[in-house]
Design a protein around this ligand. Structure first.
Ligand code: SF4
Ligand code: SF4
Length: 197
């Protein structure tokens, strides 16, 4: 297999739209530059099977975001209530995860990339956050896959990956509607139990 040595980041990033195509299927990328993000992108490019590359990009991105927020209480949770719900009389718990089927006593049971990239304005105005545009590795995805990442809240990892691999916006939209309906049913049940308490 042919090899390409990456020694100029700017040049490399400007050619990513080409490197990710089938034209470079028989090319391996290498770099000795000490740059975690660049090495992540190179690893992804060296995975030639489409579905495996998507899985790698997904897990790499989730881990990178987790690492960035590790040890930071961004939503300032106190007794299960985030900063938005700490006012007298409010009994809402678990912030914006409260209507999600993946939420549990110990937090999120899955890994959702859209959720990891989301913070409400209240958090964003006082903290440094990772934004979609900060994730250069997303350039390896198609336009439709990037749209899916923007708003695929409440999906579990497997559902999310399925939508990315299919890359069909119609299917993605149907799944959003399905999950919103599922969430509204859960929210109604939880509200009923709060009222009864
Ligand atoms: S992002 Fe905002 S609404 Fe969601 S849990 Fe954090 S503070 Fe609460
Ligand atoms: S999938 Fe998203 S909304 Fe659901 S529990 Fe996990 S982080 Fe919260």
């Amino acid at each position: 297999m042919k090899e390409i040595l990456v020694d100029n980041k700017k040049k490399f990033y400007s050619k990513l739209f080409l490197y990710k195509t089938f034209l470079y299927k028989r090319v391996m990328f290498k770099s000795s530059l000490d740059d975690e993000e660049l090495q992540g992108i190179i690893t992804a490019l060296n995975i030639k099977k489409k579905s495996k590359r998507i899985e790698y990009i997904y897990d790499y991105s989730c881990n990178r975001i987790d690492k960035f927020y590790k040890g930071k209480n961004m939503c300032q949770f106190k007794d299960g209530q985030c900063i938005n719900h700490q006012y007298p009389g409010c009994n809402i718990k678990n912030g914006c995860c409260r209507i999600c089927i993946n939420q549990s006593e110990t937090g999120c049971k899955t890994s959702n990339l859209s959720c990891k990239l989301f913070y409400c304005d209240n958090v964003k105005k006082n903290n440094e956050t990772i934004k979609f545009k900060d994730m250069k590795i997303f350039k390896l995805l198609t336009f439709r896959q990037r749209i899916i990442i923007l708003d695929n809240f409440f999906a579990n990892r497997e559902e999310f990956l399925k939508e990315l691999k299919l890359g069909l916006l119609v299917y993605h939209s149907l799944m959003i509607v399905y999950r919103l309906m599922r969430s509204s049913i859960i929210l109604r049940k939880r509200r009923t139990s709060w009222i009864k308490k």
